[in-house]
Design a protein around this ligand. Structure first.
Ligand code: ASP
Length: 308
């Protein structure tokens, strides 16, 4: 059962432990993190690893047809095709991803297979799809009726406006520390709604949408992928943690770098990070970025702080 506390375990609060949470620690972007974290927590308490938790947790969100920006029901590109991006990274520094992949409901599980069963990090497009099928994944029509209607409506104006703030985002990025103290992360998305065909964002790119350093911390990103990619955002956050910053300070600095490099008002990016000692951080350019933090089996939906 999920518990949402009124008094959130906000970063920097007394619930930040300074020593790791022995039962695990889990963060996920946006309110669909309630679903992912519940599943991830359940698995970890039964002996699952942080990697099991983030993959199976985010896979549940991929299956929700009502989520307009992840997996099944994700908004299509401007040609009406749903193309998915995802990656995972484990405690041993290994990583896997898929991008521009069609017809497969669980890119995050395919990303895990790329990591565990190939010598590669990233497979794209038809090659990723063929790899998935060769590993037993079934093909599915990912364009739901709602998504098709949204695309038909969009075509009336066909305005190409790659702006992400309230409507046009919701990648799920999830990072976790398991009972052994190991870290892992996953990030999965359909990317920008009505994007140019072939566009790939930050979410499947290790160092941009996700980065894990088992000795120091983990970070995931959401928002306009181009801004995250240009600043190698998640790597930057983890590197700053490695250099001694708290996850909160590191997220703030990474956001400030984007804001000064790209000083436009309509750009949204949010970072979510943890270190290995039970501290969490979250920061966005604009308000509206929320995330779910799970400690001791209790999930809390927290409003992240923002620069503007
Ligand atoms: N970061 C994702 C992308 O640019 C979108 C999102 O977070 O909603 O593809």
């Amino acid at each position: 059962m999920l518990h949402a506390f009124e008094h959130a375990a906000t970063p920097g609060s007394p619930l930040d432990s300074g020593t790791r949470f022995k039962e695990g620690h889990m963060l996920a972007t946006w309110n669909h993190g309630l679903v992912s974290n519940a599943e991830g927590w359940r698995l970890m308490q039964q002996g699952g690893t942080a990697l099991d938790a983030v993959v199976e947790g985010t896979a549940l969100v991929e299956s929700d047809p009502n989520g307009a920006s992840v997996g099944l029901g994700g908004r299509p590109d401007r040609s009406g095709k749903v193309t998915l991006d995802a990656c995972v990274m484990g405690p041993d520094g290994n990583a896997g991803g898929v991008c521009f992949m069609e017809d497969i409901e669980h890119p995050v599980k395919v990303a895990r297979a790329v990591m565990e069963e190939t010598p590669h990090v990233l497979l794209a497009g038809e090659g990723a799809r063929e790899f998935a099928i060769s590993r037993g994944f079934k093909t599915t029509n990912l364009l739901t009726e709602d998504s098709r209607k949204a695309w038909e409506d969009w075509k009336q104006s066909a305005e190409y406006k790659p702006i992400i703030n309230v409507e046009n985002h919701d990648t799920i990025g999830m990072i976790a520390q398991d009972l052994e103290g190991n870290l892992a992360g996953a990030c999965t998305t359909s990317g920008l709604a009505f994007k140019l065909r072939g566009r790939v964002g930050d979410s499947p790119i290790i160092g941009a949408g996700l980065f894990v350093d088992n000795e120091f911390g983990a970070c995931t990103a959401t928002g306009l992928g181009e801004a995250v990619m240009r600043t190698v955002g998640s790597f930057l956050v983890v590197e700053l943690i490695r250099q001694g910053q708290t996850p909160q300070e590191a997220c703030e600095e990474a956001v400030r770098r984007i804001a000064s490099a790209m000083p436009t008002d309509d750009l949204q990016v949010g970072y979510l990070a943890m270190d290995t000692r039970g501290n969490a951080g979250a920061f966005a350019i604009h308000p509206g970025f929320n995330y779910v933090r799970t400690i001791a089996g209790s999930a809390t939906l927290v409003d992240g702080t923002a620069l503007r």
